[in-house]
Design a protein around this ligand. Sequence first.
Ligand SMILES: NC(=O)c1ccc[n+]([C@@H]2O[C@H](COP(=O)([O-])OP(=O)(O)OC[C@H]3O[C@@H](n4cnc5c(N)ncnc54)[C@H](O)[C@@H]3O)[C@@H](O)[C@H]2O)c1
Length: 278
Amino acid sequence: MPVPPLTDRVALVSGSGRGIGREIALKLAAAGASVVVNDLDADVAEQTAADITAAGGAATSCAGSVTDAEFADRFVRTAVDTYGGLHIIVNNAGYTWDNVIQKMSDQQWDDILDVHLKAPFRILRAAQPVISAAVKAERAQGSPRTTRKVVNISSIAGTAGNVGQANYSSAKAGITGLTKGLAKEWGRYDVTVNCVAFGLIRTRLTEAAAGGDASIDVAGRQIKVGVNPDLLAQMEKSIPLGRAGTPAEAAGAVYLFCLPESDYVSGQVLVCGGGFHG
Ligand SMILES: NC(=O)c1ccc[n+]([C@@H]2O[C@H](COP(=O)([O-])OP(=O)(O)OC[C@H]3O[C@@H](n4cnc5c(N)ncnc54)[C@H](O)[C@@H]3O)[C@@H](O)[C@H]2O)c1
C-alpha cells in the first residue's frame, strides 16, 4: 500500500466548517494529514472534525473567530499540543459584505480587511516561532529536508477587482502581497507560500438565493450574501468551462500547493476559476 502523501503532516485550516474550507480539511486528512479544523461556528467545525475522524483520519476542532486577538496563538498551540508540529497552514476563513463605495461604512471596510488580511497575518506571525524552532531542530538532527506549506486564499475580486467589493477586492489583493512577501522571508525555513484565487465556486457565499436575500450570521450581525439566480446564470455563461466550480474542485487547487510535488513553487497566485480570470 502506498504511503499517503501527507502522512505525519499537521495542518491548520481556517473556516473549515463549511464550503471550500471543509473540503480542504477533508482532502488533507484523506491524504494523511492531521487537521486542526476552525470555524466561527463551533457546531460545523466539530462536524467536519467528526466526519474526518469517522473516515479514519485525525482532526480536532478549534472554534472561534480568526479575528479575535487571542485566536492565532490558540490555533497554532492546538496543532502543537495535539499533534506535535505544524506543516501546512491554509488561510481560508472569510465572508463578503458588499456595497458600492459611497454606501460602504468604515466598519464594513475594517471587518473585511480584518478577516481576510489581518487574521492571516496574525496566524502566520504566531506560527513563525514554531516553524523556526522546528526547522532548527530538524537541521541539528540532520533530518531530511521538510518543506512546509502556506496557502492563502484570494479571489479574482482581488486579482481583477469586482463591483461592490472595494473592501473585499482590497483585502484579497492584500493577501497576494502578504503571500509574495512571506515567500521571500520564509524561504530560509523551507516554507513555500502560495495563494489560490478562486473564481465562482458554489458555496453559501454565492449560492443562488431566491430574490437574492440570503444572509449569514457573523457575530450576531446579519450579512446579506448569495447571488441572484439570473446573475449567477449570466456569470456562469462567461466562464470558459461553462459552470461554477464545486467546493471539492476548489479544494483540489489548494491541495496542489500542499503536495511534495510543489516543493519548489513559491510566491505564486494560482487562479482557480474554470478559465475565467475576471
Ligand atoms: N465561493 C466563492 O465563489 C469564492 C470565490 C473567491 C474566494 N472565495 C473565498 O474562499 C474562502 C471560503 O469561502 P466559501 O465560499 O467556502 O464560503 P462559506 O461561507 O461556505 O465558508 C466559509 C467559512 O468561513 C467561516 N468564517 C467566516 N468568518 C470567520 C471568522 N471570522 N473566523 C472563523 N471562521 C469564519 C464561516 O463560518 C464559514 O463556515 C473565503 O476566503 C472566500 O472569500 C470564495
